[in-house]
Design a protein around this ligand. Structure first.
Ligand SMILES: Nc1ncnc2c1ncn2[C@@H]1O[C@H](COP(=O)(O)OP(=O)(O)OP(=O)(O)O)[C@@H](O)[C@H]1O
Ligand SMILES: [Mg+2]
Length: 420
């Protein structure tokens, strides 16, 4: 007699065989005559209770990888390294560890709220490549297919896929190597649209808030402020503001402004974008740079008073207006001559990216300015709301000295402390 268990096992393998046949059919159906294709497709669809969704690595004419594909890949990394039998190992640019992912044509089972579903990694070979041996430009297209029973359609499309993307993003952040970016002058960036305008190295600065010598009350206030920002996604959504915050660090040279930026990045686990304004050609290039900044990052403009003549520019404009009133033609000629060098980032351009319309692209970003001369800056640039928090870093106080004594000499107290 055949037991119930055996019957189910038989049914399971029939379903698996059916799905395999269907996948094969999908892969090679373009080689069949058209009429035959229509009938067989109808036949399969009629009897097939499973829905499958494909996620391609590159879609349409995008240069960059599809973000959905990347999220799924990361999500499946944890599942596949346990479940799949054939894996690919790779050292990925952004991650600390080796990354394992499913090898091509491998399949794994996942379950979500008691529903079973199947992921397969596939590759479609372009037709041109099957015909011509020389079609070197036609590369394979990778994609994942997700299959599930049609009665779970709502659950999968509305909830499971969201879960996959969230998990994928979270895992990517946990596993990533943080980076320090800089905008160096790449001459041919415009001819390679897909090439990033930022170049980077791994960010491994050892500075932390514990090691920073400053008034402990002030320090705690800054740490609390940063953590509140980090957890403030809902708050920013509620008040209808872009999720970003500006800090102005000012004080005499060598008082720990750069160290504090590094400490901030280490505290929040953010990337650092060191923006060198003097090598940005114009506002348009500044816009491109800002668009490329990822979320969870700090954009730093060091010594902003030296980077640009942001203070003088307004006066310049006013002077020009005066000159125009006195001698309009001479001023027009002058303007014409100087318009050839559009090599200017203007104050209004910069303000536009700090809190204009463009500031809302990307989220969870800190903008930090450092300066030695706070009173040289245009008040519009540093008004509250734009630079939300002004932090003065000054010469060492006694509390700060104690931190230094601990850091360097491992001393908690000493008879000479009182004298100091
Ligand atoms: N408050 C501080 N706590 C601990 N170390 C500090 C502090 N201030 C400065 N230092 C030490 O002094 C050095 C210079 O500090 P840092 O580069 O952060 O100063 P800065 O304010 O950015 O200077 P500049 O205005 O010249 O850019 C660093 O090596 C840092 O370790
Ligand atoms: Mg500095």
């Amino acid at each position: 007699m055949v037991s119930l268990g055996e019957t189910w096992a038989g049914a399971g393998s029939t379903i698996a065989a059916g799905m395999f046949l269907y996948t094969m059919f999908q892969q090679y159906s373009h080689l069949l005559p058209h009429q035959f294709q229509v009938y067989t497709r109808w036949f399969f669809n009629f009897f097939n209770p499973y829905i499958s969704i494909s996620f391609y690595e590159y879609t349409g004419d995008r240069y960059e990888r599809s973000p959905v594909y990347a999220d799924i890949e990361t999500y499946l990394t944890s599942n596949s390294s346990q479940l799949a039998k054939r894996l690919k190992a790779d050292v990925v640019d952004d991650s600390k560890d080796l990354v394992f992912s499913m090898d091509d044509y491998e399949e794994i089972t996942d379950s979500y709220k008691g529903v079973e579903l199947w992921w397969a990694s596939c590759q479609s070979v372009p037709i041109s490549q099957t015909i011509s041996l020389y079609a070197s430009d036609a590369s394979e297209r990778r994609y994942y297919t997700l299959s599930f029973h049609y009665k779970h359609r709502k659950l999968i499309t509305e909830s499971y896929l969201k879960h996959v993307r969230e998990q994928g993003k979270k895992m990517k952040i946990e596993n990533r190597l943080r980076k320090l970016y800089t905008n160096n002058e790449t001459e041919n960036w415009s001819s390679h649209q897909s090439k990033s305008m930022w170049s980077h190295v791994a960010f491994e600065h050892p500075s932390t808030f514990e090691k920073l010598a400053m008034d402990p009350v002030k320090k705690q206030e800054i740490v609390d402020d940063l953590i509140a920002f980090n957890k403030g996604k809902d708050y920013y959504a509620k008040v209808g503001k872009a999720w970003k915050r500006g800090y102005l660090l000012y004080g005499p040279p060598g008082t720990g402004k750069s160290s504090m930026v590094a400490a901030m990045a280490n505290l929040l686990d953010y990337d650092v974008y060191d923006l060198e304004l003097t090598s940005v050609k114009n506002n348009n290039e500044l816009k491109k740079l800002f668009i490329e900044v990822s979320s969870k990052s700090i954009i730093v403009i060091e010594d902003i008073d030296c980077s640009l003549d942001l203070t003088g520019q307004r006066k310049e404009e006013e002077k020009k207006e005066d000159a125009k009133a006195k001698n309009p033609i001479a001023q027009l000629v002058k303007d014409e001559e100087s318009s050839g060098d559009d090599s200017k980032v203007t104050l209004s351009g910069l303000l536009n990216f700090i809190d204009g319309l463009w500031s809302s692209c990307g989220e969870e970003r800190l903008i930090v300015f450092t300066t030695n001369h706070v009173n040289k800056l245009d008040p519009a640039l540093i008004r509250r709301g734009r630079m939300d928090k002004h932090i003065e870093l000054s010469y060492c106080c006694f509390e700060g000295f104690k931190v230094l004594a601990k850091n360097y000499l491992d001393l908690d107290s000493h008879p000479t402390f009182e004298t100091i």
